[in-house]
Ligand binder design. Structure first.
Ligand SMILES: Nc1ncnc2c1ncn2[C@@H]1O[C@H](COP(=O)(O)OP(=O)(O)OP(=O)(O)O)[C@@H](O)[C@H]1O
Length: 229
């Protein structure tokens, strides 16, 4: 089976600091892959290169039949609006907008009418149990509620791949696990692949596969957090 997303020989440095030293990784359709490893090993940098947010210094990133590493910023931004979703540790909701307006935002940017975008946003808030917060602004929500809204927003465009960087790292363990299991259930239902950065073995245990990084390279021992079969 041809992978949905495939990176080969990724190298990236920040000035004199090497972050990736030649990483190969493949993500299949609908697959849930945990990227693990100690602090500073390059997890976030890898995620940003795969999502087309950062350009690698060398190597390739292929999404379907496109080489996205060399595409223009505009083309990569469009890809992130349509085919990819991103979700970070702090959901980064727009503070001035209500939950429904935040979730509707990607649809409005995609040319949907306000009415249709709100209807679908409410549906997604409902999927994550926060429909009653539709007209509430993030400042009046708990951390878990904000992150549920952020999760709804990251999936509202029904992306083929969701890039999630420690998405529940700011929540208490129980809430974090709840939000993450809900996210994974919905992603599985709609066939969205997830690349999930985490250093938490409990979180990584939900993945189909673990890719462990060490010092900017895939750990050849493959031991990582030890979730593999
Ligand atoms: N913007 C930046 N400028 C300079 N160095 C950076 C920058 N971002 C990351 N680095 C460095 O690149 C290396 C890899 O960082 P990265 O954030 O990708 O690791 P990580 O595994 O995600 O770490 P953590 O688990 O702590 O978030 C580290 O040595 C880090 O200090």
């Amino acid at each position: 089976m041809t992978p949905l997303l495939q990176a080969h020989g990724l190298v990236k440095s920040y000035g004199q600091t090497p972050a990736l030293r030649g990483v190969d990784i493949e993500i299949g359709e609908g697959e849930l892959v945990a990227v693990t490893g100690p602090s500073g090993c390059g997890k976030s940098t890898l995620l940003h290169c795969l999502a087309g947010i950062l350009r690698a210094d060398a190597g390739s990133v292929r999404y379907r039949d496109r080489e996205i590493g060399t595409e223009s910023e505009a083309a990569r931004a469009k890809l992130r609006r349509t085919e990819f979703g991103v979700l970070f540790q702090f959901g980064q909701l727009v503070p001035e907008l209500t939950a429904a307006e935040n979730v509707a935002l990607p649809l409005l940017l995609g040319g949907w009418t306000r009415r249709e975008a709100r209807r679908v946003a409410l549906l997604w808030l409902g999927r994550f149990g926060v429909e009653e917060l539709a007209d509430v602004r993030p400042g009046a929500m708990s951390g878990g509620q904000q992150q549920r809204c952020a999760v709804a927003r990251s999936l509202v465009s029904e992306p083929r791949v969701l890039f999630a960087d420690e998405p529940t790292g700011a929540l208490d363990v129980l809430t974090g696990e709840q939000v993450l299991t809900e996210l994974m259930q919905v992603a599985r239902l709609q066939g969205t692949a997830i690349v999930l950065v985490t250093h938490d073995a409990r979180i990584a245990a939900y993945a189909d596969r673990e890719v462990a990084l060490r010092d900017g390279a895939v750990d050849p021992t493959g031991l990582g957090l030890g979730i593999g079969s």
